[in-house]
Design a protein around this ligand. Structure first.
Ligand SMILES: Cc1ncc(COP(=O)(O)O)c(C=O)c1O
Length: 367
């Protein structure tokens, strides 16, 4: 393991023994009789195979992810969505009461929740609000992360960022990763990378020993309900340690594994990618339509499948939409997103409903 990652790990992980499940002791092959996991030998109709525990980290799935993201199979840990990857990484690196993480709000809330659960300190370095976008405060991130007194272990960067929807330039992210090498680990959340123009940094994983990338099938591959994702790191020893010592015993259910394998087949990927194109063209249509509305003050740049919008009476509009069974996300009272709502891009018909509601809301207010 690279010395820096080994030093960052909470010390007890070095000697701690992970759980060796029955499933890990022997590969599942047809000719073997498995009486080692207290499973029920009787399959129920329509539920065949579910009587057996799943492979903890299925090899076929690792291969599919590795091909998809352009990394090696031993450079990834499969998790229940990117959410579980955040839980695992916090647990591995953040010593309660001692270490800190850098978070750049407004951003995805689970980074802070997991830090608080340890608990470890959250150092907030807010994004810099610009006319139609949000920028990283690169210098402040680097200064804070390289200050030994701050005990920063993890820096979360989310691109495209939720909820602002904009991307941060790969060159700028690479500069941060390089500048904090030997001081902190950058967790790059690429949950929305398939929607982004610049794509993913995963093909450059081997350039950065202090980089961990989060990926998920939830958004671009329409699999939120199956909870499938992974994290990537160049250091194969770290990946092996995480698998051996930081995972639940059988984390990935059969149904989710099968669905993930199916969605990554060439045929289904083609459909998923066509859907991404549809969503992007709908997003662009929505941006134009929203920009033309008087009550909309700012439509922030979007490189994702959602849009952050600053508008008059944002909270009231959220309530109005809800009264019509249209649920949008209210950020209007957030310190860094005052007056903003987040709209996920739906089908053309669903998006038209939102536009119609905005028009109706404006007319009501004017009356
Ligand atoms: C930025 C970001 N990261 C991670 C997640 C969690 O994704 P998953 O469904 O893979 O757990 C989300 C979900 O909305 C998200 O917006």
């Amino acid at each position: 393991m690279n010395k820096f990652i080994a030093d960052c790990l909470r010390v007890h992980y070095a000697d701690m023994q992970g759980y060796v499940s029955a499933g890990m002791e022997s590969d599942k092959t047809e000719e073997k009789l498995f009486l080692n996991a207290n499973e029920n030998p009787y399959e129920l109709p329509g539920l065949e195979g579910f009587n057996r525990y799943p492979e903890p980290q299925p090899k076929a799935l690792a291969k599919a992810y590795a091909d998809l993201y352009g990394v090696n199979t031993d450079q990834l840990v499969m998790t229940r969505g990117a959410d579980e990857a955040i839980v695992i990484l916090t647990k591995l690196f953040c010593e309660p009461g001692k270490d800190a993480v850098i978070i750049c709000p407004p951003t995805f809330g689970m980074y802070g929740v997991n830090a608080s659960a340890m608990p470890c300190e959250k150092l907030e370095i807010p994004l810099i609000k610009q006319e139609r976008s949000y920028a990283l405060n690169k210098d402040e991130i680097i200064t804070t992360a390289t200050d030994p007194a701050k005990n920063v272990k993890l820096i979360y960067i989310c691109t495209p960022n939720n909820p602002t929807a904009n991307s941060f330039d790969h060159a700028e992210i690479a500069e941060i990763i390089k500048s904090v090498e030997g001081k902190a680990i950058v967790i790059l959340d690429e949950t929305y990378a398939e929607f982004a123009k610049q794509g993913s940094l995963a093909p450059r994983l081997n350039e950065f020993p202090n980089l961990v990338i989060l990926r998920t099938l939830s958004k671009s591959f329409s699999m939120a309900g199956m909870r499938m994702g992974c994290f990537l790191c160049a250091d194969t020893d770290f990946i092996a340690l995480a698998k051996a010592k930081a995972l639940d015993a059988y984390p990935l259910p059969h149904a989710s594994v099968n669905a993930a394998l199916s969605v990554m087949s060439a045929e289904t990927q083609k459909i998923a990618r066509a859907n991404i194109d549809k969503l992007l063209s709908e997003r662009d249509r929505m941006v134009k339509a929203l920009e033309a509305m008087d009550q909309i003050r700012t439509v922030f740049e979007s490189d994702a499948n959602f849009i952050l919008v600053e508008m008059d009476n944002a909270g009231d509009f959220i309530a109005f939409a809800k009264s019509r069974n249209v649920i949008l996300r209210d950020f209007s009272k957030g310190e860094f997103t005052l007056g903003c709502i987040r709209i996920s891009i739906g089908t053309p018909e669903q998006n038209d409903i939102v536009l119609d509601l905005l028009e109706e809301f404006k007319n009501q207010k004017a009356a």
